[in-house]
Design a protein around this ligand. Structure first.
Ligand code: NAD
Length: 280
């Protein structure tokens, strides 16, 4: 087995730097266990948009580690030549375009980008049918995968409790509710066997009237440098359960994305989730 050759897309971003560090940490390793479909991974290329300050910098130095001899480029097509996998935390339009390239080249495509529309998600699913091995998740941390399964179970048991999902992120985040909040909402909806899109309340303002039974509410906070806080509150008569996750370092997402890339390298083309990666 050879090392998985990974392209980090969005290399100049907050997650890009974390992904460069995670890939570098798995370089030169011989891995064992369920995700050992490759002998570790190495950074093949690092890409961002034309005009961003990261372009032209060594990816390792940019990410705060030793030089890796890989210069961050804005030439995506050149970066993909000879690559096995893309770890992509960018923006919805960029991820859809990359999914089409991943399909044409038969690559692993790990998508952490959030804020995708239904049309974006349909295009990404199509890429899975057309040859890409896609793992897409609103959150790649182990903690949130476990939290989602707890939420699904609790939502099913506490079938008449009101469910509210509260999230807080840093002041640079551009989409709301967060991908993780939506992932947790999907888990709650799955526990109740209902469709989230028909039962979610994403905004409340003014004279809203009483809460409609059976809905799943979302509330969004933005400020400072918060990496990601999520609370799922289940409120019933005279009691309340709160299930919380606090992300303290972006490394938790980057490590999960790297693990997903190693796993996907041994799978058939298709669209997968972190539950598939972890065999849940
Ligand atoms: P960021 O703005 O710091 O970084 C995004 C980077 O992508 C930027 O450097 C930008 O220039 C680059 N980019 C945009 N379009 C591009 C293109 N066409 N080609 C190449 N590069 C392009 O944002 P961030 O905090 O790193 O988050 C990135 C995304 O990842 C967001 O959608 C965020 O919500 C999501 N995210 C997901 C998880 C998860 O576990 N799924 C965790 C954290 C963040």
């Amino acid at each position: 087995m050879s090392e998985l050759k990974v392209v980090v897309a969005g290399a100049g971003g907050r997650m890009g730097a974390a992904n460069i560090r995670a890939v570098a940490a798995l370089s030169g390793l011989s891995l064992h266990g369920a995700v050992a479909n490759a002998a570790g991974m190495k950074l093949h290329a690092a890409v961002d948009r034309p005009g961003t300050t990261a372009i032209g910098q060594d990816a390792g130095l940019f990410a705060g580690i030793a030089a890796l001899g890989v210069v961050i480029t804005d030439d995506m097509d050149a970066a993909l030549v000879g690559a096995d996998a893309i770890i992509d935390f960018t923006a919805p339009g960029a991820s859809v375009a990359l999914a089409k390239k991943a399909a044409a080249l038969g690559l692993v495509h790990i998508i952490g980008t959030t804020g995708c529309s239904e049309a974006d998600d349909a295009a990404i699913a199509q890429a899975g049918k057309d040859g890409a091995r896609v793992v897409k998740s609103g959150n790649f941390s182990m903690g949130v995968v476990v939290l989602a399964s707890l939420v699904k179970k609790a939502a099913a048991i506490l079938a008449d409790y009101d469910i509210e999902i509260l999230e807080m992120h840093h002041n640079k985040k551009v989409d709301a509710p967060s991908g993780t909040a939506l992932l947790l909402g999907q888990a709650a909806a799955a526990g109740r066997d209902i469709a989230l899109r028909e039962h979610s309340v994403r905004v409340r303002d003014g004279h809203t009237g009483p809460r409609e039974a059976g809905t799943i509410g979302f509330a969004t906070l933005r400020g400072g440098t918060v990496v990601g806080d999520h609370s799922v509150i289940m409120a019933g008569p005279s009691e309340r359960i709160e299930l919380n996750h606090r992300a303290e370092d972006r490394g938790i997402f980057a490590n999960g994305a790297a693990r997903a890339a190693l796993w996907a390298s041994g799978q058939k083309p298709g669209l997968y989730s972190m539950n598939d990666v972890l065999g849940l």
